[in-house]
Design a protein around this ligand. Structure first.
Ligand SMILES: Nc1ncnc2c1ncn2[C@@H]1O[C@H](COP(=O)(O)OP(=O)(O)O)[C@@H](O)[C@H]1O
Ligand SMILES: N[C@@H](CC(=O)OP(=O)(O)O)C(=O)O
Length: 467
């Protein structure tokens, strides 16, 4: 049995949905199908999930909702019509969607937002099931509540509960093709809760682990994972095989092709993941596996992500002070902040955080507390940082990777704010100013995969004029 997840771009319109159904029908082992909400049809388009969020925000703010609602219904109406589904089917699907959008009473703002967001995937799953049925297939829409997709109840940031797996495993016994909406589950109390954005990848991975799938296929709009974001460099090198550890690090640091939390369930159940292209299904794609044969190339990928900040703390003889690190991190804990990294020196330590979590008020309070409670000599917060990551299993065995990377970055006149080698030794991280991140990635690509000058994609050209 294979679990196949199709992303928003694969379901953006009727033409795409037809491709999806052809792919499903071409392999009888593809029996558990996870769908996202319709995504962008072209670059300037809006994903249905974003239309739903805009709708929910207006509704919660008490603003007029007519246009926002119309935009959502239009997307599905067009898809249903172009798939040649009957008017009755269209009306039934619309009535269920309407009910969710109208049902605000008794729900907190968070719960309403999650219910509305999830309607994108839920409606799409119903449409796809109906279309497969119209082609003569035995296909059923599966409600995540009935299936047992039990999750924690943190709004918009759910995590699977371990007890969910036993019931989900019974999906294996279902007849025909099961169409499962991605992106959400239900708490123990029965409330709908969504995963974080892009979370349909997580649904697919959970289901693949639960049913012990032979493979988890993740269909998107690119032929493979590339060694660098293809929006930055035209036609970069393809990755044919990559380990879970490498992909986890790269997804964390900007490879948006696969959700950073989606690898864990598949990894724990030892299910290989294959990233494939709905628009070119015969391309082999990228396999994500436990061990890869060719770990000789030292760097497997280069990624970057912005939105970080660092709290730098220095104190003479910090290395001799028992409990300093704990006290520092406790201050963050009391401010309900998680941290990302803690590179340190003899008398200093930096704590890297996601900028979105640190309000101005919290920042002032934290700086003050570090000064007063820890008697720090210096505390400074630096904003607008990007983390650039080079990742590769082969880096463990090879000498000189750091030297090559820092030399390349120096030659591109990029100032390094921080260097951190991951404890796993499969990654190395460089903190740079956000506006220099693209140039840093391009310089590193040139160093490790270059040979010739890479062709910088037009959207990245502005950032890279001085390369
Ligand atoms: N290293 C990478 N390799 C491949 N794609 C990448 C990489 N980094 C970022 N991407 C982007 O990820 C996109 C696919 O992810 P996403 O838009 O979430 O697709 P889907 O709608 O299928 O979920 C690609 O179109 C590409 O722009
Ligand atoms: N539709 C949701 C979940 C998702 O995974 O979408 P996609 O497969 O298009 O990245 C979102 O946009 O966040």
């Amino acid at each position: 049995m294979k679990v196949a997840k199709f992303g928003g771009t694969s379901l953006a319109n009727a033409e795409q949905i037809k491709k999806v159904c052809q792919i499903v029908m071409a392999d009888r082992d593809r029996r558990l199908i996870v769908v996202s909400a319709p995504g962008k049809r072209h670059k300037e388009d809006t994903k249905v999930t974003d239309l739903l969020i805009a709708y929910a925000e207006r509704s919660l703010a008490g603003e007029p909702i007519g246009e926002a609602k119309q935009a959502i219904f239009l997307r599905y109406r067009e898809i249903v019509a172009d798939l040649g589904l009957s008017a009755e089917i269209g009306q039934a699907i619309e009535a269920e969607l309407e009910e969710v959008l109208a049902n605000k009473a008794g729900l907190s703002a968070d719960r309403f937002m999650d219910a509305v967001k999830a309607a994108g995937e839920d409606t799409c799953a119903k449409v796809v099931a109906r279309y497969l049925q119209s082609l003569g297939e035995v296909a059923t829409y599966m409600n995540p509540k009935d299936a047992g997709m039990l999750v924690t109840d943190e709004a918009s940031n759910a995590h699977i509960l371990p007890e969910a797996y036993a019931k989900l495993a019974t999906l294996r016994e279902r007849e025909g093709i099961v169409i499962f909406p991605g992106f959400f589950g239900y708490s123990r109390a029965g409330d709908l809760v969504t995963f974080s954005r892009g979370g349909s990848d997580i649904t697919g991975s959970i289901l693949a682990a639960a049913v012990q799938a032979e493979v988890y296929e993740n269909f998107t709009d690119v032929d493979s994972v590339y060694v660098v974001n293809p929006n930055l460099i035209d036609d970069p090198k393809k990755v044919t095989e990559i380990t879970y550890r490498e992909m986890r690090e790269l997804s964390y640091s900007g490879f948006s092709v696969f959700h950073e939390e989606a690898l864990i369930p598949a990894y724990q159940a030892d299910i290989p993941v294959c990233i494939k292209n709905t628009n070119n299904p015969s391309a082999p794609g990228t396999m994500i596996v436990a061990e890869r044969g060719s770990a000789t190339n030292r760097v497997s990928g280069i990624a970057s992500d912005g939105g970080f900040c660092s709290i730098y703390v220095s104190k003479y003889l910090m290395n001799r002070e028992i409990g300093f690190g704990r006290k520092l991190l406790q201050i963050l804990e009391e401010e309900e902040l998680s941290y990302e990294h803690t590179p340190s020196g003899i008398d200093n330590i930096s704590v890297i955080l996601r900028e979105r979590d640190l309000t101005e008020e919290k920042e002032q309070r934290i700086v003050e507390r570090i000064r007063q409670e820890l008697f720090a000599d210096d505390v400074a917060v630096q904003h607008s940082l990007a983390l650039v990551m080079i990742v590769g299993e082969g880096m463990r065995q090879s000498v000189g990777t750091t030297a090559r990377a820092t030399t390349a970055l120096a030659a591109a006149k990029i100032n390094l704010e921080m260097i951190n080698q991951g404890s796993s030794e499969v990654s190395m991280m460089f903190g740079v100013k956000a506006e220099e991140a693209d140039r840093a990635v391009i310089a590193l690509y040139q160093e490790f995969f270059g040979g010739e000058e890479p062709v910088v994609s037009s959207s990245a050209q502005a950032a890279s004029v001085s390369v």
